[in-house]
Design a protein. Structure first.
Length: 252
């Protein structure tokens, strides 16, 4: 069992609430998402809202992750949607690759200022630059490579940031594996070819995720929004009833 870096009691609900993420919204996230957050990973892209100086509501979307400050208290660090990624750290060639959605390997400073050889890509949901040390992701790549029996050439392509498509001996459908730094392991395996892999949303959500206080709804565009129970439409009440019946069926 993985050791959590944070406890639920340490979640800075007041900080999150100031950006429109209420305690109810956070507590209604799926358990696996909550566990990811408590492990120090970034959240999914969630709706946020702030009040500007003129009193207007400004809506946007953002990921967040928990951080521990020097005094031991826990705070939230936000990664909002931005218009364009800041790529000043990279060479012209690497900037061009990143803007095409490619994954590159570059030596960049970590949070302590040390230069670390890292995988780098742009989060296509926020345009934020994502990075992870090569050494960390390489272990997961090696494990997956051994599990699906990639050739040396395929493994080298994977290490160089290129998605690799293969077909299992017992199946005719292609499967693609590649580096996805938004994923909890840094590696994503999904059905389909490399084009489908690149276009696929990284969120793994049902259309309706019901909680105690409301429901997270994933729209056709892949965006998540939260609906409080008192604001449920007839459609949501019907979906909740179906979800309850399915749960009862699983318990039998």
């Amino acid at each position: 069992m993985k050791k959590m870096q944070f406890t639920e009691n340490e979640i800075p609900f007041q900080t999150l609430d100031r950006l429109g993420l209420t305690r109810e919204m956070i507590e209604d996230l799926p358990v696996r998402i909550t566990n990811d957050i408590l492990e120090g990973r970034r959240s999914p892209v969630l709706p946020i809202m702030v009040i500007d100086q003129e009193g207007n509501e400004v809506k946007s979307r953002s990921r967040f992750k928990l951080i521990r400050k020097e005094d031991g208290n826990v705070d939230a660090l936000f990664y909002p949607e931005i218009e364009k990624a800041d790529l000043r750290l990279f060479s012209e060639q690497n900037r061009a690759l990143l803007e095409k959605g490619k994954t590159i390997i570059a030596t960049i400073p970590d949070k302590n200022g040390s230069m670390v050889r890292s995988f780098v890509q742009i989060d296509n949901e926020t345009n934020q630059v994502l990075s992870a040390p090569v050494q960390v992701i390489a272990r997961n790549l090696q494990f997956i490579s051994e599990d699906i029996h990639l050739s040396e050439a395929e493994f080298n392509n994977l290490q160089n940031g290129e998605p690799v498509t293969f077909v299992r001996d017992d199946d005719d459908e292609p499967i693609t594996v590649g580096i996805d730094l938004s994923n909890r392991t840094g590696v994503r395996v999904s059905p389909g070819d490399a084009k489908m892999w690149s276009e696929q949303r990284t969120r793994d959500w049902d259309k309706f995720t019901f909680g105690i206080y409301g429901c997270w709804v994933m729209g056709d565009d892949g965006n998540l929004d939260y609906v409080k129970e008192e604001d449920y439409t007839d459609e949501l009440w019907n979906e909740q009833k179906k979800a309850g019946l399915r749960s009862m069926g699983h318990m039998r």
